[in-house]
Design a protein around this ligand. Structure first.
Ligand code: ZN
Length: 567
């Protein structure tokens, strides 16, 4: 085919509607396709995807940076509601043409495998069920997003209770903790009915696609080609055997330090290492400058990439009126550069968030060397390996003059990070094991059985916390986990990636330069390699077994002991 004549930049699509974009897809759909011209055709299609994707991303960035502007909101909604869904439909249509041609080559195998899987599990009758699930997700968001409590005469959202969970006054913590849970418990029955409907829709989707349960369908639709539900079950066992006892030891240390009889759930947020919370920076200029130095210390090229982001306006970090809440890293697919958005206010979490998101952005830079858009995106297991490894690789440079903290503060920040790694793994195992039960036990439709199953799962993975008299509150925890409602089975990725990140970190302790080199090589593979190969390139492997997990947990505990002893 003649190379498609496309606009020179995404700016051409900034004000576009679907009718302006559709003809390009039509042309690709109608063009003669053979093995002789398939590479040209793929390049044109990829370029079109880049243009549309970047135009829509720019609209999203503009809107989240200024939510009060009506024109920006309209442009963002035009892309998210009108253009992206239709472009996706057209992409599926084009991917079928590629599959029909039976064409593949080195570097394209993973892309073709993903296209083939999507085509295999697609069923027309699942389209309305997917739309129904989106509506149910919106209903969940609406219910839990709108929850408020009365706190000393003021109306507060649940996230606004967070600082009170760190209070040194135990009664304040308990009150905040109970209030937050009661807000959910007031909607217990309503949320259970919502989940009943989600469960039924998912069971039907799986059955329509010929699967005996939704877990099997989810593994396919998430392109989990390299591990199975049985591997995840081994991961749960490994967490139970290695992490759960380590967390119990940390809880015992906490109990002693706080001088308590038992550790109650509201005692988990108090910082043990220091009385005042960390104040890493006063203004965003300092926030960015120190980050540049830190990434330079990790690796000069990464430092340059971050500096470029600052120079080219690809960082929108400070909290200001009218900005959407939260943070994200997204990529501008056409120009091959990432963008980081967050709401920094000068607390330690801002530093953690920036370092994590910067890990994603280094991935985007590296993967853009792959010529086609589909070759650049790996799954979450590899994406989070990039960001979680960066958290650990950057941790030695958090002290001044390069970083934000005094030596003592940097030490306590690292302690909190390592503690958090240990405490999060049993939660990841809980969420994954619970969902496996929901979709395979035959009892997932029964709301009371679900709550009982959650308690069993929690008893297995959460030891050392005194939950007596708090059974209802303990049940409430799963209703707060939006992934279970909105993104089923999306969670174990964080556990797999954390195990990978700990291996990258372990390597860096003996050979920093080599560990970072391998990290960057792995990122540069983008989505062209299978997961085990990406991990192998990073100097790691997929860990589901108790032996390797045990080694990594022991390393974290050893480091915690050393840091606490001032070593
Ligand atoms: Zn992430």
């Amino acid at each position: 085919m003649q190379t498609l004549s496309l606009p020179a930049s995404p700016a051409a699509f900034a004000g576009a509607g679907w009718s302006d974009i559709a003809p390009y897809f039509e042309e690709l759909a109608g063009a003669p396709l053979s093995r002789d011209n398939v590479e040209d055709w793929l390049r044109s299609w990829s370029r079109l995807e880049e243009l549309v994707d970047e135009a829509g991303t720019m609209a999203m960035i503009a809107y989240t940076g200024d939510t009060g502007d009506e024109a920006k909101e309209k442009a963002h909604l035009r892309f998210s509601m009108e253009i992206f869904p239709q472009a996706h439909e057209q992409s599926v249509r084009l991917s079928k043409r590629l599959l029909e041609l039976g064409y593949t080559r080195e570097g394209l195998e993973t892309t073709v495998a993903r296209f083939r899987t999507d085509a295999e599990i697609f069923r027309e009758e699942n389209v309305p069920l997917t739309a129904e699930l989106e509506e149910l997700s919106a209903a969940y968001q609406k219910t839990v997003g709108g929850l408020t409590v009365q706190w000393e005469g003021e109306t507060k959202t649940i996230p606004q209770l967070q600082p009170f969970l760190k209070e040194r006054d135990r009664q304040v913590r308990e009150r905040a903790w109970r209030l937050g849970n009661e807000a959910y418990l007031a909607h217990h029955a309503e949320l259970a009915v919502l989940f009943d409907k989600m469960f039924a829709a998912r069971a039907k989707i799986a059955a329509n696609a010929g699967f005996s349960n939704y877990q099997e369908y989810a593994f396919k639709s998430k392109h989990r080609f390299d591990y199975t539900p049985a591997d995840c079950a081994r991961f749960h066992d490994a967490v139970e055997r290695t992490v759960v006892p380590a967390v119990a030891r940390q809880l015992e240390y906490r109990r002693e330090r706080l001088g308590l009889d038992t550790v109650r759930p509201w005692d988990l947020g108090v910082e043990l290492e220091r009385v005042d919370s960390l104040k890493p920076f006063e203004d965003v200029a300092t926030f960015v400058d120190r980050a540049k130095s830190i990434f330079h210390c990790v690796d000069p090229t990464l430092g340059e990439e971050f500096t470029l982001m600052a120079r080219e306006g690809l960082l929108d970090l400070e909290s200001r009126k009218g900005k959407a809440p939260g943070g994200y890293c997204t990529k501008l697919s056409f120009r091959g550069k990432p963008f980081i958005f967050m709401n920094a206010v000068g607390v330690a979490d801002d530093v953690n968030t920036l370092v994590h998101e910067a890990g994603h952005s280094f991935h985007d830079f590296a993967a853009h060397r792959q010529p086609l858009i589909w070759q650049r995106s790996p799954g979450h297991e590899a994406a989070e390996l990039a960001s979680m490894s960066m958290e650990l690789l950057a941790s030695p440079y958090m002290a001044k003059p390069d970083g934000y903290y005094t030596a003592d503060e940097a030490r306590s920040a690292q302690i909190e990070h390592l503690e958090d790694i240990l405490f999060t793994l049993p939660h990841i195992a809980s969420v994954d094991a619970f969902q496996s039960w929901i979709y395979t036990s035959g009892q997932g439709h029964d709301a009371a059985a679900r709550d009982r199953a959650w308690l069993e799962v929690r008893n297995r993975f959460e030891r050392g916390i005194d939950w007596s008299g708090l059974e209802r509150e303990r049940v409430a925890r799963w209703y707060r986990q939006l992934h279970i409602f909105e993104y089923p089975f999306y969670y174990i990725e964080y556990g797999i990636a954390q195990m990978g990140a700990l291996q990258v970190w372990r390597h860096s302790l003996s050979d920093q330069a080599q560990a970072v080199r391998q990290y960057r090589d792995a990122l540069a593979l983008g989505g062209t390699a299978r997961l085990p190969e990406i991990y192998r390139t990073a100097g790691a492997r997929l860990v589901f077994d108790a032996e390797t997990m045990g080694e990594l947990v022991a390393l974290v505990e050893q480091r915690l002991n050393d840091l606490r002893a001032g070593r």
